[in-house]
Ligand binder design. Structure first.
Ligand SMILES: CC(=O)CC(=O)SCCNC(=O)CCNC(=O)[C@H](O)C(C)(C)COP(=O)(O)OP(=O)(O)OC[C@H]1O[C@@H](n2cnc3c(N)ncnc32)[C@H](O)[C@@H]1OP(=O)(O)O
Ligand SMILES: NC(=O)C1=CN([C@@H]2O[C@H](COP(=O)(O)OP(=O)(O)OC[C@H]3O[C@@H](n4cnc5c(N)ncnc54)[C@H](O)[C@@H]3O)[C@@H](O)[C@H]2O)C=CC1
Length: 280
């Protein structure tokens, strides 16, 4: 069985670790410090416990799954992983640094995937000596619940790499779609401008946050409203994605709304910071 490495133990990284460990994989979970790692593990433990309560997981499986997770702040611990998924901050410079380092540390035949929401796989691959083994493996939030994985090929990604990622996605219970590289891929090019528009509607005073969300839930059958979804994703991530769409397409329809930027400047990131469009 492949040994998996996950970089980043935040909203997405922790969810990805959770599903791989639950499906029998040994997972090295790397973040910058103990505090974030502990928070990640606590969240995973809580999610497993809830699954036990609901009869979806046995207590023994919970203990075994937790035992397969190896938290570390040392990147060297990823060296003998067969497959690494990066789920760190949505910023090209951060990702380039990470991939340069991973390329040196992790064994040469390993695939290095990124969970980026919008960035160019080709640009990330260009800093490595293995562009054929670099690929987008885009999970959705919350990872244990959402069935989709977008598999994104960069210009040099090999078919063999694609096939491996497809196989792994199904092994952890996901149903993938194939995407040729483009800013925001498929889902986020539709979803994040919709969230940005909801922020504009709020800023214009057209309706309250609660009513905007209620309108989209009852009027368009969305499971949660766009502003609650913005808080679930994280407003820093929403802003980063809008910036990428705007920069790459140079089309004013992708302009990030100033209120979204203001929210990020104020640290109102959503669930992860305790305050966003709603309080948590
Ligand atoms: C930004 C990007 O790059 C891409 C993105 O991810 S965009 C965001 C995409 N995500 C969405 O659009 C999510 C939209 N929201 C939803 O679908 C729903 O609100 C939701 C699934 C998040 C929550 O649903 P809900 O019914 O309100 O809550 P809840 O009952 O707690 O959860 C639903 C089920 O998932 C399970 N679940 C929730 N979180 C879980 C977790 N972390 N681990 C395991 N199971 C979990 C619950 O136990 C529950 O299971 P049952 O149905 O068996 O009881
Ligand atoms: N939030 C969401 O709904 C989704 C986010 N994504 C993408 O997933 C990635 C992660 O996003 P989130 O989990 O939301 O962010 P987050 O802010 O919750 O977590 C990011 C984590 O990465 C860590 N990190 C930063 N630099 C690192 C490094 N060099 N090595 C190891 N860890 C490092 C941070 O300490 C933090 O814990 C981003 O690329 C984002 O665009 C993809 C799908 C959905």
């Amino acid at each position: 069985m492949m040994k998996i490495g996950i970089l980043g133990a935040g909203t997405m990284g922790a969810g990805i670790v959770q599903i791989f460990a639950q499906n029998g994989y040994d997972v090295v979970m790397r973040d910058l410090n103990e505090e974030v790692l502990n928070k990640g593990i606590k969240g995973i433990e809580k999610a497993y416990s809830k699954m036990v309560t609901k009869g979806k997981l046995t207590e023994d499986d919970k203990i075994a799954s937790l035992g397969r997770i190896h938290p570390t702040s040392n990147v060297q611990d990823l060296r003998d992983c067969d497959f690494v998924i990066e789920a760190a901050t949505e910023n090209m410079n951060v990702k380039k640094k990470i991939f340069e380092e991973l390329d040196q540390v992790v064994k040469a035949d390993a695939i290095l995937a990124t969970n980026t929401s919008s960035l160019s796989i080709t640009e990330i691959a260009a800093v490595t000596k293995r562009p054929d083994k670099i690929i987008g493996m885009h999970f959705f939030n919350p990872v244990p619940v959402m069935k989709l994985v977008e598999i994104i090929k960069g210009i040099a990604t090999s078919d063999e790499t694609y096939d491996t990622v497809y196989g792994l996605s199904t092994k952890v219970g996901k149903d993938p779609v194939k995407v040729e590289e483009a800013p925001g891929f498929v889902v986020n090019r539709i979803l994040i401008p919709m969230i940005n528009e909801a922020v504009g509607i709020l800023a214009d005073g057209v309706a309250t946050a609660e009513d905007i969300d209620k309108a989209m839930m009852l009027g368009a059958n969305h499971p949660i409203g766009p502003l609650a979804l913005a808080d679930l994703i994280g407003n820093d991530v929403n802003l980063a994605i809008m910036e990428v769409l705007f920069e790459e397409f140079k089309d004013p329809k992708y302009r990030p709304h100033p209120l979204l930027r203001k929210m990020v400047r104020a640290g109102r990131l959503g669930r992860k910071s305790g305050l966003g469009f709603y309080q948590y």
